[in-house]
Design a protein around this ligand. Structure first.
Ligand SMILES: Cc1ncc(COP(=O)(O)O)c(C=O)c1O
Length: 363
């Protein structure tokens, strides 16, 4: 067949980069390491059973919006709920980016740039500063002109560092009412900070939250935006009608009623993150970067060989060495204690095997 004449923006776009591997210890997608406790799973299943599956769900899930709003003391009409925060990145690009600009940093979560390209926005990517710092001065310069949407992951991804609220405030002030500033708090629970004060002071700020990380519901697909009600109305227009299923909503509602489960998981993950950072910092030939998220970025001598060696030993981490400024980098999600031990053990075994091979080559 002759090549279809589809939109050049789509034809020229690489697909989202993800390679699935089977591994006993899966530390590649920053998921929660364990599923919901049995009792909570049963509660969620009972809710699913009570749903009328033949009926459409709410046009926009009002019940969930009210609950998410209550979680943040935010008005329910300022909440937009979608099947993952990815979808809200797309919605923000639709309402503020198409035919205008999308500004972000590089490297960062790839969906910002992918959606900008797909939807035909002008993409401006500013390289991160030293130590993966937010390039605030350069971003301020970008936001002083034109109009569009700026995306900042806070904590940053895939680097894991925190973003100072004062820097985000400078961006919000520079962009005024011409730029929507999306602060993506996908990993916010693990950092124990959010950007609530900023969002209350600047109606152009939209906070994104996901249930895929701290809530342990990556499989259910849910995220939400906290925005000024006048902005939230426009975001909801960009979402497809009835796109959050009654099944998704029922599971999320059950978990929202068990905040202790989420808080305990976050506490365990943060303690394990600190243990893992200490353990890696004590090893030779590895540079581990500070993280306030549920993953750690590290630089090794040969990312491809380390990734392969870990996988051969049943441990899956994520390569990041294709990204600018991240040569040699791997990202490891914080797992359950036994998984983190398995990772460290496999990491040491790979290092020993590499040293042994190098010795033989020298001999
Ligand atoms: C920074 C960031 N934002 C958003 C997402 C997507 O989250 P969701 O599963 O809600 O689409 C991720 C997923 O890894 C992420 O790292």
């Amino acid at each position: 067949m002759a090549a279809m004449k589809l939109r050049a923006e789509v034809l020229g776009l690489p697909a989202y980069r993800f390679e699935a591997h089977d591994a006993a210890v899966k530390l590649d997608q920053n998921e929660a390491p364990e599923d919901l406790p049995d009792a909570l799973r049963r509660t969620a299943l009972e809710r699913l059973e009570r749903q009328a599956w033949n009926r459409y769900p709410d046009l926009h899930p009002r019940g969930l919006a009210t609950r998410f709003g209550a979680r943040h003391d935010w008005p329910a009409d300022g909440v937009a709920v979608a099947g993952g925060s990815n979808v809200l990145i797309q919605a923000a690009t639709i309402v503020a980016g198409i035919g205008r600009s999308v500004a972000t940093v590089r490297p960062t979560f790839s969906v910002y740039a992918l959606q900008a390209r797909l939807l035909g926005a002008t993409l401006v990517e500013v390289p991160l500063g030293p130590g993966f710092a937010l390039p605030t001065d350069e971003l301020v310069e970008v936001l002083q002109v034109g109009e569009g949407v700026a995306f900042v992951a806070a904590p940053m991804a895939p680097t894991g560092n925190a973003v100072a609220p004062a820097d985000l405030e400078r961006l919000a002030a520079a962009g005024g009412n011409r730029w929507l500033l999306v602060v993506d708090e996908a990993y916010g629970e693990f950092a124990n900070v959010d950007h609530d004060t900023l969002a209350r002071a600047y109606p152009q700020v939209v906070r994104l939250r996901t249930l895929s990380k701290a809530f342990g519901l990556a499989g259910a697909r849910l995220g939400y935006a906290l925005a000024h009600p006048e902005v939230a109305v426009e975001l909801r227009k960009a979402l497809l009608p009835f796109s959050v299923s009654a099944l998704q909503a029922a599971v999320a509602e059950a978990v929202l009623e068990a905040p202790d489960v989420v808080a305990e998981r976050v506490g365990r993950t943060v303690a394990e993150r600190e243990r893992l950072i200490r353990a890696l910092a004590a090893r030779r030939d590895v540079e581990v970067f500070p993280s306030v998220a549920n993953f750690v970025l590290m630089r090794v001598q040969d990312a491809a060989a380390t990734h392969r060696g870990l996988l051969e030993r049943g441990v899956l981490v994520r390569r990041q060495d294709h990204l600018p400024g991240l040569a040699g980098c791997l990202r490891v999600s914080i797992g359950a204690p036994a998984e983190n031990d398995a990772f460290l053990e496999a990491f040491d075994a790979v290092a020993t095997a590499t040293a042994h091979r190098e010795e033989l080559e020298r001999a």
